[in-house]
Design a protein around this ligand. Structure first.
Ligand code: FES
Length: 165
């Protein structure tokens, strides 16, 4: 089925386009609206945005594939993007990724059975001074330690009312 934003959000995109001299400039704001409504950005959604803005589809695909911020598949309620770049790796980031997998059953590129978590490796999140760093949805978690990571994961499980991943 073809992708379609809600009427309200489609109107928001049409309004946002009026802020720019060229509709191409509204691609990212439009994709943010798709993300907020759907939680991820499908190829169908890209085609829809391209048509809505009157821009070539390739321009929207380029944005989708350049920014890891836009997941191309459905994600868990807590979308964990763990930095795998040099500063985070030097400060035990790899061990923390392993901890997510071994202790919490959160596997890379998969959504946990309860739909709560998914884990993706990403390149530098631009917060190297506070490595190791992960982004969960729109928030950064910095200076992570094994204890801090456990506390965060357990807190999210509790707030979702589910102790198991
Ligand atoms: S290396 Fe991890 S935030 Fe830059």
């Amino acid at each position: 089925m073809a992708y379609q934003l809600s009427a309200e959000n489609e109107a928001r995109v049409k309004e946002i386009v009026t802020h720019y001299p060229e509709s191409m400039s509204a691609i990212l704001p439009a994709m943010h609206i798709v993300m907020a409504e759907s939680g991820w950005v499908s190829v169908d959604a890209c085609d829809y945005v391209a048509e809505l803005l009157g821009v070539p589809k390739i321009r929207v695909y380029e944005a989708l594939t350049f920014y890891t911020y836009f997941p191309q598949k459905p994600v868990g309620k807590y979308h964990i993007q763990f930095c795998q770049n040099i500063a985070c790796t030097l400060r035990e980031g790899e061990n923390l990724i392993q901890q997510l997998k071994d202790k919490h059953g959160i596997k890379e590129d998969e959504i946990t059975h309860n739909g709560l978590f998914c884990l993706h490796r990403v390149e530098c999140l631009g917060a190297c001074g506070n490595a190791p760093v992960m982004q969960v949805n729109d928030d950064y978690y910095e200076d992570l330690t094994p204890e801090k990571l456990d506390e965060l994961i357990e807190g999210w499980k509790k707030s979702a009312g589910n102790g198991n991943a």
